[in-house]
Ligand binder design. Sequence first.
Ligand code: FE
Length: 289
Amino acid sequence: MSIRQDRNIVETLVGRAASDGDGVKLIRVFGGQGPERFDPFLMLDEFGSDQAADYIGGFPSHPHRGFETVTYMLEGRMLHEDHLGNRGLLEPGGVQWMTAGRGIIHSEMPQQDSGLMRGFQLWINLPAAEKMQPAGYQDLPPADFPAHRLTNGATLKVIAGDVQLDGQTYSGPIQGKSTEPLYLDLHLPAGGELAIPVAEHLNALIYVYEGEVELGSGSQPGKLRSKHLGRLGEGDTVSVRAGESDARLLLIAGRPLREPIVQYGPFVMNRREEIEQAVLDYRAGRLAS
Ligand code: FE
């Protein structure tokens, strides 16, 4: 039997208040700066408010090129519409997986004028060879993400990839991507522990959205408080222990692409000229054609 190596925290980031779309208030956990550190992930936003004024403006029509977006709803309803004629209602517990590829123009608008709106949007890069593929879109209903009850009282939802826990493999509906994303939503009871195997070749991040957790092992276990992101170092296991109250966290891992990244807002390519082309294409109305 091989010796397990726990991944420790190598960098901690605190989500910062930001505004995007038409004045939607959100927490930008990371994004825009130094995306190479989080390769293949480009951005993570958390949105959460019960004040309609914080989200009612939504995200009116806007373009994307060169990557994928994953929207995971905890509470509230959003309507996605795009230039391909797709229309999808995002509901609590559901996921939208959008591959912008060579170009998509879409809107994401709230379908409620009161109550709680809460969720996450993650941007995942595409390898150079896949950036100009045709756009694609998948709506995954809440039923695709059953809450698995683990033996220690923890609850697991698998959004993408596979994970082995309690001698069983849990698989999410998103599979077969070049970046091999593993995307888990975990609830740990107070004091609960979990050792999650995460393949060594994947870059791994933990984002705590409620409570706090302790991570890693050895003489210097690290702590992550609510709204903190931990970028994890080498190893094959992510060991988490909840603090004195319940903890809710995302575990996000993926295969780094190790390709140059040039980003201009919603366009993420490898070279400057490709960004200039994206801007020209968008202005000429042919970004997504
Ligand atoms: Fe968008």
